[in-house]
Design a protein. Structure first.
Length: 437
């Protein structure tokens, strides 16, 4: 028996009924006003969608079903003496709103292992690509090549009813998440290690097996990958990769196509690609300064030169947050525990001391604090993963946990095709002329 699917079915039916009644009774209640600057500003802050799995507060940061990242690190199950939570536990929590037991997480880990086999045609397709094809392009193509197995696509073609949409989507989500670590590791090894692949170890949990296939079998690296996959999993529904997955999913595209839409959004420099931009900039700084251990004064001079050239400091600032990103802090605490003597990590810590005061002094930066991307690259470099063009693929494997659990909720709650109303600039000019400011 699939205990997680049964529990999700029960939970989502309750919420679906509650929402249906709410819309029927109070559908005309005004929730928020939309300002002209929001129309032209990427719909920033417009409340217009439901996202059950996580929420983002400018001060408190991300919470998953009400739990902060420190709370997740404390409460989610761990394995084999690990100090970091299993990502499987976060997926369970996001899907049904309950902290799972050790036994439930072990069941889920075993279930993903059972579903993890990838057909040979996917590997052959990847091997047909030039080795220098960007890893995110390979990742998206690899996911799409798995789509032929979609349970949702097959059952929709066969004529399943709307009440079954969530069930088929759940099967797709489980199957896809199970396969992503091997798919991503295969891309990493073929791109940077001349196809010297590492077979999965089916005795390991989802996160540790991913670390193993990447090529590092130290317990600390297992722990970091578990932490990384947990803290990058979701960031409410308005961020680009989540919203893109949600939008494509609203057309009733299956999980594979929907997730690929999200990944092509994640690959943008203003979204997930930022994680490679950070470490690239750090490498450029060290090369420019001619040393691996610059002083705070030398870093200050380089930061000011970067700003004087009209450039931003990668890894600093966030569209919503107004405090240091809790995901940055979680990685910093991990590094303080395991990597205190690492040179590249100490550079990141010096940046943390130097950059915020400089940005604050400019008087126009709303958030001078580091985001999640400011730290992850340095830790990966310490563990030997210097191939920063692959970092966004790591991000993508993690983000699947949030966006695919949310896709299950969208199907369970019967959300319609997403179709906002657009206007022309001329319409807006005419409207503004009629308003008194």
């Amino acid at each position: 028996m699939d205990q997680l699917k049964q529990l999700f079915g029960e939970k989502s039916e309750i919420v679906r009924t509650q929402l249906r009644d709410l819309v029927k009774e109070k559908g005309k209640v005004e929730v928020d006003k939309v300002y002209l600057e929001q129309i032209y500003g990427g719909m920033r802050g417009v409340k217009s969608m439901i996202w059950e799995t996580s929420s983002l507060d400018p001060i408190q940061g991300i919470t998953f079903r009400g739990y902060s990242i420190p709370a997740l690190q404390e409460k989610l199950p761990k394995i084999n003496g690990s100090t970091e939570p299993m990502p499987e536990g976060l997926f369970w929590l996001m899907l049904v709103g309950e902290i799972p037991t050790d036994e439930q997480v072990q069941w889920l880990s075993d279930e993903w292992e059972r579903r993890s086999k990838i057909d040979e045609h996917t590997f052959k397709m990847l091997d047909s690509l030039p080795a220098d094809t960007h890893p995110m392009t390979q990742f998206s193509m690899g996911v799409l090549s798995l789509q032929r197995e979609s349970v949702f696509a097959r059952r929709y073609f066969e004529g399943m009813g709307k009440s079954e949409f969530w069930d088929a989507s759940y099967e797709d989500a489980m199957n896809l998440i199970a396969k992503l670590p091997q798919l991503a590791a295969y891309i990493y090894r073929r791109t940077f290690f001349k196809g010297d692949h590492i077979a999965p170890d089916h005795t390991l949990d989802w996160g540790a097996n991913f670390a193993h296939m990447l090529g590092n079998d130290t317990q600390d690296f297992y722990d970091f990958i578990r932490l990384y996959l947990t803290i990058h999993a979701d960031h409410e529904g308005g961020n680009a990769s989540a919203h893109a997955t949600h939008l494509v999913g609203s057309t009733l595209s299956d999980a594979y196509m929907s997730f690929t839409g999200g990944m092509t959004a994640l690959a943008g420099p203003l979204h997930g690609l930022a994680n490679q931009e950070v470490i690239k900039w750090v490498f450029e700084m060290l090369e420019s300064l001619g040393k691996d251990d610059p002083s705070k004064e030398e870093i200050t001079d380089f930061v000011n030169r970067t700003l004087d050239e009209g450039k931003v400091i990668p890894g600093y600032g966030h569209a919503v947050l107004r405090e240091p990103d809790p995901r940055f802090i979680a990685q910093k605490r991990f590094a303080e525990k395991h990597l205190r003597e690492s040179g590249i990590v100490q550079v990141v810590w010096k940046l943390f001391d130097v950059v915020p005061p400089i940005l604050q002094s400019l008087g126009k930066v709303k958030n001078p604090w580091p985001n999640v991307d400011a730290h992850s690259g340095a830790i990966l470099v310490h563990y030997g993963m210097k191939e920063f063009t692959f970092y966004t693929v790591l991000f993508g494997v993690s983000r699947a946990l949030g966006v695919l659990s949310a896709l299950c909720w969208s199907r369970a709650l019967g959300f319609p095709l997403e179709r906002p109303k657009s206007i022309t600039s001329q319409w807006l000019f005419n409207f503004a002329d009629q308003k008194q400011v």
